[in-house]
Design a protein around this ligand. Structure first.
Ligand SMILES: C[S@@+](CC[C@H](N)C(=O)[O-])C[C@H]1O[C@@H](n2cnc3c(N)ncnc32)[C@H](O)[C@@H]1O
Length: 524
């Protein structure tokens, strides 16, 4: 789903927001300026805790009752949304689409003093559950698991996905205003189209993205915007026919844009994420998905039948086991793997580095820290902190390709194997995206080595995708498990338990909305 084209489907339509909430109005307004009528959107938010439903407080005492019932606990925030599409030909017809979104929020333990101070601020009075996460109420919150905007009052991401389904898969395109879908068959045709389109469209979309990325199309159109198809074909040394089709497909996916004269340029999305030298580039990660994830998952049926990794089937024998993530042992293969890790660390690093107050730590060791991208974010976020990146010799020797141009020299590299070699001394150890790749036995070996290197009071910051306790989400973690690697996807509680068995007590857990979650532990 490409967000801007999705939300822009509302342009030129009159959208009636059937809600008095200024927050909902703000969320929708900031997503798109809307003009002409055609759609009615209604939404309502409730909070649910211990089987009780909390709506808006009636008075201060009601606010106190609600907030004290939330103190120290996880609760759910539900927003129900109804979209009514109005079709007009000879007579007006309607189509109703409903959905809801749930977000889990945990409150810190709230003292009486804090509760009353917050209630007296007046903020709780017009808000479901008696708090507003986007303002002072944010201070009460320990973590949010799920869509933040849903807690504010409108699940914009889910809403855009629904719009995508309506406008990209519905036979009754509102733009044509020709064939209204009668009320009797609510979104059935949309679902059928979705189910049909998904298996055929999705692989084609991905292959178009992989190919455009591999041919460095977005780099070319960044340095030379406004080339036509023939010029692009010449530059990328590809056929005119194939290049023309690829360019048009990229336009339809919102990756490129073209005006009346058929010349091409990058959309903002491509400029920000798809060119190889963008600060938050995902170019290396996309190549990794193309060369490693795609071939691996093309053997999914055997993986499920056999319950074993299909790495050898996909890539043949890989002799250097620690580079098992790559499809080759070549320098090019290693660099591709490192670029992929670097891209994700660039996107997530700041969130992880700023998840906790690390004022008391002066030296950190990022175990399996790869290119140092995460380490640089930690030194940027914490002025008094130096970070040693500890990784395999084959990785450390290639780190010069990833060194940032402007940085204070507080990141250094040590080569070694975390199962065999002595770990550098530090008062904070960072383990980002390491443990999910290891089975429990190996986790214990690594954690006991870290525990031996720690004195009492040392910290351990773990960053991984944390599954929810029911193992129902997030799907990126559950899908990753299908690779049948020797590792394991775990919940925050499971990680805490593993860490506790080596004397690390979890003090804080953060579910972020930025791919990786984090927990901070202290060595007892
Ligand atoms: C999935 S990457 C994570 C990189 C980095 N921590 C991040 O979050 O961006 C795993 C890293 O662990 C390193 N690694 C794997 N086995 C190792 C070992 N035995 N000793 C040291 N590093 C190892 C890999 O080289 C790779 O850089």
């Amino acid at each position: 789903m490409v967000l801007n084209p999705v939300i822009s489907k509302l342009a030129g339509k009159l959208v009636v927001l059937a809600s008095a909430s200024p927050r909902r109005l703000e969320i929708l307004r900031s997503a798109k300026h809307l003009k002409t009528p055609d759609i009615v959107i209604g939404a309502d938010t409730i909070v649910s805790v211990d089987g009780m439903i909390l709506e808006k407080p009636l008075d201060k005492h009601d606010a106190y009752r609600m907030l004290s019932s939330l103190s120290g606990k996880e609760h759910s925030v539900f927003t129900g949304v109804a979209i009514v599409l109005c079709h007009e030909k000879e007579k007006v017809d309607y189509q109703l689409i409903e959905f809801h979104e749930e977000t889990k929020v945990k409150f810190a333990d709230l003292s009486e003093e804090m509760l009353w101070e917050y209630i007296n601020s007046g903020e709780p009075m017009d808000k479901a559950g008696g708090y507003g996460i986007q303002a002072l109420g944010g201070m009460l919150v320990e973590y949010v698991h799920g869509d933040f905007l849903n807690v504010v009052g409108f699940p914009l991401n889910h809403f855009c996905k629904q719009l995508d389904l309506i406008y990209n898969f519905s036979t009754s395109s509102l733009d044509q205003k020709s064939e209204p879908v009668p009320l009797a068959q609510p979104s059935h045709s949309i679902k059928a189209h979705f189910v049909c389109a998904f298996p055929s469209t999705f692989p084609k979309m991905l292959q178009a993205l992989f190919t455009a990325s591999k041919l460095c199309l977005f780099d070319l159109l960044h340095s030379r915007p406004g080339l036509d198809a023939a010029q692009v074909a010449q530059e990328i040394k590809a056929s005119a026919k194939g290049t023309g089709c690829l360019l048009e497909a990229c336009v339809s996916l919102g990756l490129l844009k073209t005006c009346q004269k058929p010349v091409y340029e990058n959309t903002n999305l491509a400029t920000d994420f798809l060119r190889s030298d963008a600060p938050f580039s995902l170019h290396g990660y996309i190549q990794h998905c193309n060369e490693t994830i795609w071939p691996l998952f093309s053997h999914l049926e055997s993986a499920v039948q056999e319950g074993t990794s299909q790495r050898e089937k996909a890539f043949g024998k890989v002799t250097i086991s620690n580079f098992r993530e790559t499809s080759s042992n070549s320098r090019e293969g290693k660099l591709r793997f490192m670029k992929a890790m670097h891209n994700i660390a660039n996107i997530t690093g700041k969130t992880v580095a700023t998840a906790f107050n690390l004022r008391d730590y002066k030296t950190a060791c990022d175990i399996g820290g790869c290119t140092g991208a995460m380490a640089y974010e930690f030194t940027k976020a914490h002025r008094g902190l130096s970070v040693i990146v500890f990784d395999l010799p084959a990785v450390v020797e290639l780190n010069e390709f990833f060194r940032p141009q402007h940085t204070e020299n507080r990141v250094s590299f040590v080569a070694g194997d975390f199962f065999k070699d002595e770990l550098p001394k530090a008062d904070l150890y960072i383990l980002a995206r390491i443990l999910h790749d290891l089975p429990d036995e190996k986790v214990h070996i690594l954690l006991s080595k870290i525990a031996d290197a720690c004195t009492s009071g040392c910290g351990l910051l773990l960053s991984e995708i944390f599954l929810d306790e029911g193992r129902r989400a997030p799907s990126r973690g559950l899908l990753q498990a299908l690779s049948m690697s020797e590792g394991k996807q775990r919940s925050a509680a499971e990680y805490s338990l593993l860490l506790k068995s080596h004397g690390f007590i979890t003090t804080h857990t953060r579910h972020t909305d930025n791919l990786l979650d984090a927990m901070l532990c202290i060595k007892a």
